[in-house]
Design a protein around this ligand. Structure first.
Ligand code: GSH
Length: 231
């Protein structure tokens, strides 16, 4: 059975949703990133990047075990393993990969930096909050334009590009975004939020979702010297 080393964050939810959509059985291995479990040797043996999510598929290509990190690579792998949620026609496939890369290189990192400077940085730096806030809005505008042309990011069919992007667009109030300002994104968000696999996927480990302020220990594990020490 596929092991998912994960935590209830947007990047973790991508893989939970994908596994629920394709209906493969999986075992959740919680990695409490606030408690520093991403630095445990067992996890570092799967991913030298000490970030969730990562998977171990005991029945990988050629029947051999496969370890994989980076949520985009995991989504592509699971789509190819099952023949689901990524178009096979070449032009449509590259459109799907294009929007997946847009999420991986743009939406995820930029929204993440906005969250950091707006919610977690010990000092408020107006330049950083404004820069990443502007980028969050610009990326929503790009998504809205695309979703005004087609039902889903890759075209008329729901795909891994949507699965990668949805967890970052949900909870828009955390980024000061009002989805009504982006009507096509809102229509897309509301349709995806109702999918039974998505409802189940975002529930994975939800009992561990942090509520309230970050503790000093969590702050140290996520943003302190421990992140940057050589290992
Ligand atoms: N590009 C990576 C990003 C993974 C990532 O940043 N994961 C965060 C949670 S959403 C994490 O593990 N943070 C732990 C840490 O920063 O130590 C992916 O998409 O898989």
């Amino acid at each position: 059975m596929i092991e998912v080393w994960t935590w209830p964050t947007p990047n973790g939810h991508k893989v939970h949703i994908m596994l629920e959509e394709i209906g493969l059985p999986y075992k959740v291995v919680p990695v409490n990133i606030g408690a520093g479990e991403q630095f445990r040797p067992e996890f570092l043996a799967i991913t030298p990047n000490h970030r969730i999510p990562a998977i171990v598929d005991p029945e990988g290509p050629g029947g051999q075990p496969l370890k994989l990190f980076e949520s985009g690579a995991i989504l592509i792998y699971l789509a190819e393993k099952t023949g689901k949620l990524m178009p096979t026609d070449l032009a449509a496939r590259y459109t799907c990969l294009q929007w997946l890369m847009f999420q991986m290189g743009g939406v995820g990192p930029m929204f993440g930096q906005y969250n950091h400077f707006a919610a977690y940085a010990p000092e408020k730096i107006p330049y950083a909050i404004e820069r990443y806030g502007n980028e969050v809005k610009r990326l929503h505008r790009v998504l809205d334009k695309r979703l005004g042309e087609s039902a889903y990011l890759a075209g008329e069919a729901y795909s891994i590009a949507d699965i990668a992007t949805f967890p970052w667009v949900r909870n828009p109030d955390r980024r000061g975004v009002v989805l009504d300002d982006y009507p096509h994104v809102k229509r897309w968000h509301d349709a995806i939020a109702q999918r039974p696999a998505v409802v189940r996927g975002v529930e994975v480990l939800s009992e561990n979702q942090r509520r309230g302020a970050m503790s000093d220990q969590e702050r140290e594990n996520l943003f302190g010297a421990r992140q940057f020490s050589a290992r």
